[in-house]
Design a protein around this ligand. Sequence first.
Ligand SMILES: C[S@@+](CC[C@H](N)C(=O)[O-])C[C@H]1O[C@@H](n2cnc3c(N)ncnc32)[C@H](O)[C@@H]1O
Length: 213
Amino acid sequence: MANWKELYEKFGEFPDEIPKKFMEQIEFMKINNLGTFFDLGCGTGRYSLLAASLGFDVIGGDYSNKAIEICNEKIKLNSSELKIKFQHVDMFDLKFKPNFFDNLIAIHSIQHANTKQVEEVFRSITRILKTKGLVFIVVPSLRNRDYSDKIKVDKYTYQPKTGLEKGVNHHYFDEKEIRILLKEFEIINLEYYEREYAEGKISRQYIVLAKKL
Ligand SMILES: C[S@@+](CC[C@H](N)C(=O)[O-])C[C@H]1O[C@@H](n2cnc3c(N)ncnc32)[C@H](O)[C@@H]1O
């Protein structure tokens, strides 16, 4: 496990901008599926709170108790009318009933797994979503990565050799794998997304919106 506690103590928020695409996708969810909403690996809750403010009935779940603590502090500052709660979850052991959620998002979270574990998480996501449930996922792409500072764990998974995420699995996806993992879904949008987050440093991701068949 990453030292998420240290990361959250250091940054408060995870240092990344909200992908602009998120706003479009959540609007789509709102029009089609306003209902229950699970934010898997919610971090400090920025997407969960946004979803709750749009009227979804939200559960934000994260492995880090420190992150959940920060989320609960944020709820105190927000209107008590929001339908939202945060709880500790482990994506490798999701205890929700089958067909529980209308919507599920996982933004930069599912990648913290090896290939077998990723398959396991997608099986759980499929199980806990309702038929016609929507899933919105942001994951890193395998394209053009420099892996020289990482140890290879399996075909798609690497671990940084240094830093706060030393030894933590980082799974990099390609389109073919995403389509296989979502074989029980209709893919509404699968988009490659690139952005320079610091000079010469490019973040490469896939943004996926899909509906459970
Ligand atoms: C890069 S952060 C992204 C947080 C949030 N989605 C965002 O974009 O602001 C990754 C999150 O995944 C969570 N995470 C890692 N492994 C997890 C697991 N096994 N179960 C649940 N959450 C996990 C971490 O605690 C961390 O909050």
